[in-house]
Design a protein around this ligand. Sequence first.
Ligand code: ZN
Length: 180
Amino acid sequence: MEAKKVLQIVRALDFAAWAHSAQRRKGGAREPYVNHLTEVARLVAMATGGNDEKLIIAALLHDVLEDQSMHVNYEMLVGNFGKRVANIVREVTDDKSLPKAERKRLQVVHAPHLSRRAKILKIADKSANLNSILQTPPHDWSATRKRKYFTWAAEVVDGCRGVNAWIEAVFDERLSLGKF
Ligand code: ZN
């Protein structure tokens, strides 16, 4: 890989670790949030054979616009990582001004209209979330809540299919483990 691409990826990792430094996963193990970002980045990197550095960078940054603690905005992403990366991140970002149920409904509605890269990222994100629920679920989540999350994630992913067989197989494998 060209030196420039490696530099951009490392910069994105550092930026993401900074932007989410105060955040933890809501799972029982309370992992640092950056672990979620590196898992999603690994999944998209493997899905694309390491050939799409913009997608890896977008994966590292994919939750940065939703977490408001560091006030990162779209323009900051454009300035630091370019418009194409910023656009992928924006595509997978929920509108936080809407109630949670509406945001979840819109993810299902919007999924088929996402770009190819955003679809791969969405499937990787949902795969990582299923794994977290399987491995270290939040203590207060009932079996029903876990089941509901799996059903909803599958609906979102169904709208993203047809872009990358590898990541879809990862998702399906994790989905099949969700016997709650
Ligand atoms: Zn995420």
